[in-house]
Write a protein that binds this ligand. Structure first.
Ligand SMILES: C[S@@+](CC[C@H](N)C(=O)[O-])C[C@H]1O[C@@H](n2cnc3c(N)ncnc32)[C@H](O)[C@@H]1O
Length: 249
């Protein structure tokens, strides 16, 4: 059971405002390339693939085959259907792939939805070939400055929810129990949008984001006031968000 329902309304909002523009992901593309060492014929399993934005990026950037595993039918229906992307129903603890069949696992902004991280880690280990990496794109509550990262800085009460997400320490412990150990950790920027664009989209954004959904209406409106002020100051300059890329092998 995910923390929020990825129903049709959420999936529509997610597709509209949460997919990071591809040209904002240069740092991610290059870091993933270094750790993945992509080669023709490689299969990457995108676990909790959502609307499939990264499934498409991985295919286009690296020419690899992607298996997009996603539990929500509404999110799954928005994954691009095209050669090189196989779309399957499943979740992190039930990956519909044979043992030792994937060359890497990609888990982006989804580990906080997994009810039993150790069980999921065992399942990920099962489907990966020995030595294959797990690449996790995530914000951890035990990493510095997380709560000031754009655009959540305008809504500091989102920390109430993100503070309950798995820590880096707990994540590494769960995967280590399954035989997958920390290999690298890199904070990476992604260019999201300007404060002005965020202000335009903030109501839709709220519907798609786990931590913003938990805000009271008063907290949300206070955040909107802060955001309006930022728009008046430097509102049209695109801003970046920072997340960690964790590699386990
Ligand atoms: C915030 S979205 C991230 C989507 C995509 N990975 C991305 O980065 O754009 C979280 C996704 O995780 C999925 N999810 C929830 N619980 C899951 C689980 N136990 N195993 C796998 N995916 C899960 C949700 O359905 C949703 O599509």
């Amino acid at each position: 059971m995910a923390r929020i329902s990825y129903d049709d309304q959420t999936a529509t909002a997610y597709k509209a405002v949460r997919e990071v523009p591809r040209d904002g992901l240069d740092a991610w593309r290059e870091a993933v390339r270094r750790h993945l060492e992509p080669a023709p014929g490689m299969t990457v399993v995108d676990i909790g693939a959502g609307t499939g934005a990264f499934s498409a990026h991985f295919g286009d950037w690296f020419g690899v085959d992607v298996v997009a595993v996603e539990p929500s039918a509404s999110m799954r229906s928005r994954i691009p259907r095209r050669p090189g992307i196989r779309v399957l129903e499943g979740d992190a603890a039930h990956i519909p792939l044979p043992d030792d069949s994937a060359d890497a696992a990609w888990m982006s902004l989804m580990i906080h939805h997994i009810p039993d991280l150790e069980a999921a880690a065992r399942e990920v280990r099962r489907v990966l070939r020995p030595g294959a990496p797990v690449l996790i794109r995530q914000a951890y509550p035990d990493r510095p400055d997380r709560e000031r990262t754009f655009p959540w800085e305008f809504f500091p009460e989102t920390a109430r929810t993100t503070g309950t997400f798995p820590t880096l320490e707990a994540t590494c412990r769960a995967f280590a129990a399954a035989g997958l150990h920390r290999d690298a950790l890199e904070p990476l920027p992604e260019v999201l949008m300007s404060p002005a664009q965020f202000l335009d989209r903030v109501d839709v954004f709220r519907r798609s984001d786990t931590s913003m959904r938990d805000l009271t209406d008063a907290e949300f409106e206070q955040g909107r006031v802060r955001l309006r002020r930022a728009v008046e100051e430097s509102g049209h300059t695109p801003r970046s968000n920072w997340l960690d890329l964790l590699i386990l092998r």
